[in-house]
Write a protein that binds this ligand. Structure first.
Ligand code: GLN
Length: 230
């Protein structure tokens, strides 16, 4: 009889180090989490820190509870969706979104925030953003591209971004979804209340203006909350 492999399951979050906030963060800076299951986690942490936020990784529900805003990085949305369920984070993130948590979804993060996908693949989504999104809308991996893109509300000219097997919004499902940028008529930056989503990766180019806009929106949501509590 041949030996058969018995996988030993690891406990999510058990052995993963939690990154501490940068020491130079100003008092009163908002704490912004970066979902750290897959994707460009470090790049987002650094961009948020450059914009004055206290940036922390989020892999567990107690870490989620401690943030004033959350970034969902790009990666592979089916994988991230499954990991979100395995780590017990998907429904808690949705609950916080419904309670007004500012969330910035980039690429796969945009897919995960979408209420609908136009392919019936049945992958787990967080939802909350009233759009129908198409995955891999610009083609295959070799069709990935860098570009400069004018984004409404972002001063200083077009921003540098990378489209990496990127999605795009096929349909906006509600009037309160603002389209801030589009390519060939298809939205690639949308905002709905406290939710911001980009089809591309803004974190790899060193152009931090979208992160800065997100940090500013987290800061004002945070200040409003503090005033409500006070
Ligand atoms: N193609 C990926 C997906 O469908 C997204 C790619 C990305 O995040 N860069 O999930």
């Amino acid at each position: 009889m041949s030996a058969s492999f018995v996988p030993s399951r690891w406990v999510p979050g058990d052995r993963l180090a939690t990154r501490r906030a940068a020491p130079s963060v100003a008092a009163g800076a908002p704490t912004i989490g970066v979902l750290a299951l897959q994707g460009d986690v470090l790049e987002h942490l650094r961009a948020l820190e450059r914009c004055g936020a206290r940036a922390v990784t989020v892999r567990r529900a107690d870490q989620l509870a401690a943030v004033d805003g959350l970034v969902l990085p790009g990666g592979e949305s089916t994988t991230i969706g499954k990991l979100l369920d395995r780590f017990g984070l998907r429904l808690p993130i949705r609950a916080r979104i419904d309670a007004g948590l500012p969330v910035f979804g980039t690429c796969a993060g945009m897919i995960l925030l979408s209420d609908e996908l136009d392919q019936a693949v049945g992958q787990p989504l967080i939802g909350g953003l009233a759009v129908r999104t198409r995955r891999n809308a610009f083609g295959r991996q070799r069709d990935s591209f860098d570009t400069r893109l004018e984004v409404a509300g972002i001063a200083g000219g077009p921003i540098d971004v990378a489209f990496i097997r990127a999605p795009r919004v096929e349909r906006v499902l509600r009037d309160d979804v603002e389209v801030l940028a589009a390519i060939d008529g298809h939205p690639v930056v949308v905002r709905q209340g406290a939710l911001l989503a980009t089809a591309f990766h803004p974190e790899v180019t060193g152009d931090d203006r979208l992160h800065a806009a997100f940090v500013a929106s987290v800061r004002s949501a945070h200040d409003r909350g503090q005033r409500t509590i006070a």
